[in-house]
Design a protein around this ligand. Structure first.
Ligand code: HMG
Ligand code: MG
Length: 300
């Protein structure tokens, strides 16, 4: 399959990147980070999540973030919504797009969203019906598409069935999460080939965490199978609080460098992303998780 000519990047830094950080960031810092990202040419930024503040304290001010963002028709600001309560809060903030999220195993779902897979689908049926009535677009996430931190390897057929159900429920796209960052490129190709037998890969995105350093290889494998939507997080921040030991997401800077090398257009300015990444890691007092950002610093 020829490589895509353009790729859409879904920037998950302000949500996945920050949700696991212990240091609490002010509203102003988060807004500055998102504003810097918005100026880079990104068309999709996940700005936060409407989840329980007891479970994920860092996402507590999502409502204020959404309300205070400079709204532009060129950028979609997505938010995670785990249940009806989350949808009500997202509607109140004026969100035009939400993401629902579930997983491939009951153990992971239980830890993450306090219910099993079937109950999550029952909850999301109500969420999706309401969202569709209101013209709110719905993206889906499926976590643990290769392996689960509690139940081990996950069969591609399990992934395929759940992706189909999320699409049938109204998601325009489902992002395949390698939540614990263990997949390797041949496994990725195998899963995508199995999926493509019943689902158009135009409605599939990939979401790699980089625990074992395979994320860029996995993205290249995905591109070769025809994937053209990639989730990434500036400065490589990220991690799910319910997937112990999992490291950050693949860095947006590193994905951009790969795509530039392949002559694939994104409309995103790498230097502006590096600046946004340097800003947020300074606020967090952290090392930059992007190899490309570190190399730029050394070579300038
Ligand atoms: P629960 O405990 O089952 O909810 O939470 P409950 O209905 O029993 O209510 C308990 C309390 O939570 C109540 O408050 C509710 O009002 C409140 P109280 O009456 O005790 O004061 N509550 C809420 N508050 C705010 N917003 C809400 C909400 N719902 C209930 N929406 C829930 C269920 C899912 C909310 C909870 O378990 C939770 O917030 N979990 C955290 C989920 C999360 O954010 N996980 C990380 C993101 S997923 C991820 O990172 C993976 C991904 O990146 C892809 C990948 O990498 O694989 C997407
Ligand atoms: Mg994630």
């Amino acid at each position: 399959m020829p490589l895509p000519k353009t790729v859409k990047l879904v920037e998950v830094g302000p949500r996945d990147g920050l949700q696991n950080e212990k240091k609490s960031l002010s509203l102003e810092t988060k807004l500055t980070f998102i504003k810097k990202l918005s100026e880079s040419g990104l068309s999709y930024i996940e700005a936060g999540s409407f989840v329980s503040p007891d479970k994920v304290p860092q996402m507590e001010n999502t409502q204020e973030i959404i309300i205070n963002l400079p709204h532009s028709s060129a950028i979609t600001y997505g938010v995670l919504v785990p249940n009806e309560r989350g949808l009500i809060n997202a509607i109140a903030a004026g969100c035009k797009e939400i993401s629902i999220f579930t997983g491939t195993t009951d153990s992971f779902c239980q830890k993450n969203i306090n219910c099993d897979i079937e109950k999550s689908f029952l909850n999301y049926e109500v969420v999706c019906q309401k969202a569709i009535e209101l013209g709110i677009r719905i993206r889906g996430y499926l976590s643990c598409c290769f392996a689960c931190p509690y139940e081990g390897k996950v069969a591609p057929e399990v992934v395929s069935n759940l992706v189909k159900r999320l699409l049938d429920m109204g998601c325009y796209e489902v992002s395949l999460g390698d939540t614990i960052g263990v997949a390797t490129p041949e496994e990725v190709r195998k899963l995508l080939r199995i999926l493509s037998k019943r689902i158009s890969l135009d409605s599939i995105a990939v979401h790699f965490h980089d625990t074992y350093g395979q994320a860029i290889g996995n993205i290249y494998a995905s591109l070769l199978e025809g994937i053209s939507v990639i989730d990434s997080s500036t400065a490589g921040l990220g991690g799910c609080p319910y997937a112990n030991g999992a490291s950050g997401n693949v860095a947006t800077e590193d994905v951009l460098y790969l795509l530039q090398g392949l002559n694939i257009k994104t409309g995103v300015d790498l230097e502006k992303i590096i600046k946004a990444g340097n800003y947020i890691i300074k606020q967090l007092d952290r090392e930059n998780g992007s190899k490309v950002a570190l190399a730029y610093q050394k070579n300038r």
